[in-house]
Design a protein around this ligand. Structure first.
Ligand SMILES: Nc1ncnc2c1ncn2[C@@H]1O[C@H](COP(=O)(O)OP(=O)(O)OP(=O)(O)O)[C@@H](O)[C@H]1O
Length: 702
């Protein structure tokens, strides 16, 4: 019985077609499914690099490219293109089996042959070779094959290697890039083994067996299990993440069971959320209810929609509940007390701190005391003076003498009394209340919890989660990126009863951002190491993208009005290039700046909507603060007002004299905020400032 498979590249091409053309493709695929395959007219190509590549007619103007290995009875749809482009593509591509990993590879054999004379000439002029330190045996052991080796021997620089990226088989290019970046062959081997579904290389590889290679490459090829499977895939061609998980994502999401809490980190756009969603499905398919939680309502709504797309079976879908962590806290507190807790606003809280400080003559600023309360007292759930005076003030830089602690406690206790008189509670207090309520439950309420955007959860919220789920296998699946921490919480999961030791994993390949944007944006983070949730330092080593596009554009202006005018023009040019308005995101540091941007666009006749707006405002470009960019994604992003005055924002920094450590943390957080905003961009990034540029901006071009 013949089998049908679909390559990721096919779905990408299908997604870019107009609806009417897609119908012709559907009909062609239908012929695959319902007729005997033998009846299909698969055209062989004269002069093709690979005899297994054929084409089929889609409609008058288009053809599909099909890989039909000699044995195995599999038809794999590789691409759909305009007639001439399809023929050119089909003739130039050659499919093979990586001789060490056994995965499917494809190379542009024609382009490699064409580039060869230029490489010969360059090599002649430059005697030093990029891979001179490695003998053939070492390269062969990393999967390099006999056709690629002579080309590798000609390479003289990283740039030449980069230029060959789209021509070389991807696993081989990855191995070479690893070596060129200074990794040892052993490290490279470990890295490329990540391309395998179970990260273990096969004992022996049959390089003629393309079908087994396809089966080992689920990140690139999906076998169709039946008409429903195919229908779902074609109904959501933009949602490649539904079907084609990177092997590293797949291993994490589909693993049978973990012995306890798991942590998945990785740079922006590496598919942490996608992995979390697949894990939710996997656990729900096993029959147990799953809670998926994240930081804000907007992000929770997005996760809900994505789960609707991912999970076809309504029974399985019904087992996955999505809610943001604040809502979970409120619901818990309301459930226990029977009424909605009243929330204290920021202005009210500020005023109460001022009164408490005045009444107790405390020698501290409101910001210092608020941090002391949130990060020491609420974080450790300290309930009285004695506990505070004797506690370890984890993560706080400034030392306090016993007398100073007494003074801080007096002011905080006064603040709490004043707050209590208002009958209102802060978000953090409600979280602490909820954690206490849940801890007192006879049995935990959930069996599995999945946490997205975990880097910004604060300790009381972690205590909620710890208390809400029974400790044991598959209790918590935690995804986040410490480099995107934009709120003021330093957390040690271990101290909160969540031990991820030995179960911490990292994703490295960005699916969102181009290499050009990613490399530029990483420099915004500076060189200071970033603390992870597992008491270790987190690094972005190996964080990369195989997508390419234009470099970010940075524009300087002498006055704000001109900067705004230029922003409008930039957005207009994106709109003229047919970027959908809702796929354009504009961010700035302050709420006041958002209003000005909205006015400028209103005057230009371009509609705007908030960054959090749902899919309904399709005709509006999205505008908001950089904080609101968290977790979102746009084709084009503009970050304006990136001046020294705004980034870092003076009001967001603790006075260095009062607490140097807190000051440094605040600075790093401002960097992260800038990084988060910029890494929301898929295709294009535009950054502008007036006057003195932010010191975070890279000085040199990438
Ligand atoms: N395996 C995949 N195939 C295709 N696209 C993918 C894959 N994994 C992720 N993506 C896409 O990459 C983008 C980023 O994915 P996702 O939001 O899961 O990343 P993230 O690591 O959670 O990002 P961030 O930390 O910046 O919020 C999304 O558009 C997603 O659909």
């Amino acid at each position: 019985m013949p089998r049908l498979a679909i390559a990721k590249s096919f779905l990408t091409g299908y997604a870019s077609l107009e609806k009417t053309v897609r119908k012709s493709v559907d009909e062609a695929i239908d012929r695959f499914e319902h007729h005997t395959f033998a009846g299909l007219h698969l055209e062989k190509l004269h002069g093709a690099e690979d005899p297994n590549v054929r084409t089929i007619r889609i409609d008058g103007g288009r053809r599909g490219v099909v890989l039909k290995p000699e044995s195995g009875d599999v038809y794999c749809l590789i691409a759909v293109m305009e007639h001439d482009a399809a023929i050119k593509y089909a003739k130039s591509r050659k499919f093979s089996v990586n001789q060490k990993l056994g995965v499917l590879e494809v190379r542009d054999a024609t382009a490699l042959a064409q580039v060869r004379p230029a490489l010969d000439a360059l090599a002649e002029a430059q005697p030093e070779r990029l891979f001179a330190a490695y003998d053939d045996g070492a390269l062969i052991n990393l999967g390099l094959d006999a056709e690629v080796l002579p080309i590798v021997r000609l390479l003289t620089s990283d740039d030449h290697l980069a230029a060959l990226e789209s021509m070389l088989p991807q696993p081989q290019h990855l191995a070479l890039t690893g070596l060129a970046s200074g990794m040892t062959p052993e490290e490279v081997w470990e890295e490329i083994c990540q391309l395998l579904p179970d990260s273990t290389p096969p004992q022996a590889v049959d390089t003629s067996d393309l079908v087994t290679a396809m089966e080992r490459s689920p990140g690139d090829v999906a076998f169709i299990s039946g008409p429903d499977d195919l229908k779902q895939m074609l109904a959501h061609p933009f949602e490649l993440w539904r079907v084609f998980l990177h092997p590293a994502q797949r291993r994490l999401a589909r693993r049978d069971s973990y012995n306890g809490p798991v942590q998945v980190t990785g740079g922006a756009g590496t598919g942490k959320t996608v992995t979390a969603l697949h894990r939710a499905r996997h656990l729900a398919e096993r029959g147990a209810p799953v809670l998926v939680t994240t930081f804000t309502t907007t992000l929770a709504e997005t996760l809900d929609r994505q789960l609707d797309l991912l999970i076809d079976d309504p029974e399985v879908r019904a087992r996955v509940e999505v809610t943001n962590i604040d809502k979970l806290a409120y619901r818990t507190v309301k459930g226990a007390g029977g009424h909605n807790p009243k929330i204290a606003g920021n202005a009210e809280v500020q005023a109460l701190w001022n009164i408490a400080i005045a009444q107790t003559a405390a020698p501290f600023s409101p910001a210092f005391l608020q941090r002391e309360w949130e990060q020491v007292i609420l974080a450790q759930d300290l309930t009285g003076r004695e506990a505070y005076l004797g506690c370890v003030r984890r993560g706080r830089g400034k030392q306090l003498s016993p007398a100073q602690r007494e003074k801080a406690w007096a002011a905080i206790a006064r603040f709490l009394a004043l707050l209590s008189e208002t009958g209102a509670r802060t978000h953090m207090q409600i979280a602490a209340d909820a954690a206490r309520i849940l801890s007192a439950d006879a049995a935990p309420r959930y069996r599995h919890i999945i946490v997205d955007e975990s880097q910004d959860l604060y300790p009381a919220q972690w205590r909620i989660l710890r208390a809400a789920v029974a400790a044991g296998p598959d209790d918590l699946f935690i995804v986040g990126d410490p480099h995107q921490r934009i709120y003021d919480h330093r957390v040690s999961l271990k101290s909160l009863g969540i031990n991820v030791t030995g179960r911490s994993h990292k994703l490295k390949l960005s699916y969102r951002t181009t290499a050009e944007i990613l490399n530029w944006a990483v420099r915004l983070l500076g060189v200071e190491p970033v603390a992870g949730l597992d008491d270790a330092q987190d690094s972005l080593a190996g964080y990369r993208s195989s997508l390419h596009g234009r470099r970010p554009v940075v524009q300087a202006f002498t006055d704000r009005d001109t900067e705004l005018d230029a922003l409008v023009e930039q957005v207009r040019s994106w709109l003229d290039a047919e970027v959908e308005p809702h796929a354009i995101g504009i961010a700035t540091r302050f709420v006041s700046g958002v209003g000005k941007i909205e006015q400028a666009f209103a005057a230009a006749g371009i509609g705007t909507a908030s960054l959090a707006a749902s899919g309904s405002a399709q005709e509006c470009v999205r505008v908001g603060t950089m904080h609101r960019m968290k977790g979102l994604e746009f084709r084009c992003v503009a970050v304006t007002g990136a001046d020294a005055e705004a980034l870092p924002a003076a009001g967001a920094l603790t006075d260095k004299d009062e607490d140097p450590t807190a000051h440094d943390h605040d600075l790093q957080r401002e960097r992260c905020l800038f990084f988060v905003a910029c890494t929301r961009a898929r295709d294009a990034l535009y950054v502008s400032y007036t006057g003195v540029p932010s010191p975070f901006l890279p000085h040199r071009a990438v």
